[in-house]
Ligand binder design. Structure first.
Ligand SMILES: [Zn+2]
Length: 318
């Protein structure tokens, strides 16, 4: 035990704005640890075992509760839990993912960080994606376009099985004047009323106006408290993409991102997490400082439970 250590409360937002600031702020493992502790316990340390608010830092960088003597750390019980790599490398990975406009691939991350294996880079990106959905986030509201589309054949070269690799994705996009507000995305097993209604109820605040095409799968929306407005193709020279232009713009951006940044190498069972990453970045696309995305990701990373490699491979939600 070297010193009494009560992390200071975070006063408002503080995060590095540029790569240079990032390097200055997080030049050591201790600096990363201290920052993470402030995010984990913004109102000061709380022992996860006894609720005590006083802790000591051990020589190995752990925290020892002054009341019950249990040891813990800022990374325990978060997506960083049990990592053998320096926290600094994780911070660099998060900076890499959030500072680039389109994010990055596992291969890109492996190169930038000099990671020994592709599998590590791939796993890290998947762990970070688990932190890209803010727990308890609000639903979309106002006027929202909803439509579903096929994404794929995601794995090029799997001859004759391409249709099986296609995934059905439902998209909700808020109208913001002529532009797009926030979005929500989900892979669904089919375009049935069960799948579509569940998505809308999870994603859109009741009372909102929901624009869809005339597909029967949206028939229940009115009875679930939405103002359902149907756009008909019939007798109308417009194409489907002109009827629900925001959704279709989002769809084309997703497809471009999957085939460009990720070169189409996304298996359907992992697609949901790529959609989470796309949503995270899209909904923050107007943030002036990219450092804010880094900060948000880190803030959420300490709130999300750890996930193992085998859970990730299985495509299971933790
Ligand atoms: Zn305790």
């Amino acid at each position: 035990m070297v010193s009494q250590d009560l992390p200071h409360p975070v006063a408002g937002l503080d995060y590095p704005k540029t790569l240079q600031e990032f390097d200055e702020w997080f030049s050591s493992e201790d600096a990363c640890n201290a920052y993470l502790r402030r995010l984990r316990w913004p109102n000061g340390f709380r022992c996860p075992s006894c609720g005590g608010d006083n802790a000591w830092t051990t020589t190995r960088g752990q925290l020892r509760c002054a009341t019950c003597q249990r040891q813990t750390s800022a990374t325990a019980g978060t997506i960083f839990g049990g990592t053998r790599k320096p926290l600094r490398t994780w911070f660099q990975a998060m900076w890499y993912v959030t500072s680039e406009k389109l994010g990055g691939s596992a291969l890109g991350l492996q190169r930038v960080l000099g990671l020994g294996s592709y599998r590590t880079a791939w796993t890290w990106l998947h762990k970070l994606r688990r932190a890209m959905v803010r727990p308890g986030r609000e639903r979309l509201s106002g006027t929202v376009e909803v439509d579903e589309t096929y994404v794929g054949g995601l794995e090029e070269g799997v001859r004759g099985r391409q249709t099986e690799r296609k995934a059905l994705v439902v998209v909700a996009a808020e109208e913001d004047g002529r532009g797009i507000g926030r979005i929500r995305l989900r892979r669904i097993p089919d375009a049935s009323a069960d799948s579509l209604t569940a998505f809308v109820e999870d994603s859109v605040e009741p009372g909102s106006i929901v624009h869809t095409d005339a597909w029967l799968g949206y028939d229940r929306l009115k009875s679930r408290g939405y103002v359902h407005q149907i756009h008909f193709l019939h007798g109308n020279k417009k194409t489907p993409s002109e009827l629900l232009p925001r959704v279709h713009l989002v769809v084309s951006l997703i497809k471009r991102w999957l085939t460009g940044t990720h070169q189409g190498a996304v298996a359907p069972e992992h697609l949901d997490y790529y959609l989470d990453e796309f949503t995270f970045r899209f909904n923050r696309r107007r943030s002036r400082a990219r450092g804010l995305l880094f900060y948000r990701l880190l803030q959420q990373a300490v709130q999300v439970d750890p996930v193992t490699y085998s859970q990730i491979v299985g495509g299971k939600r933790p």
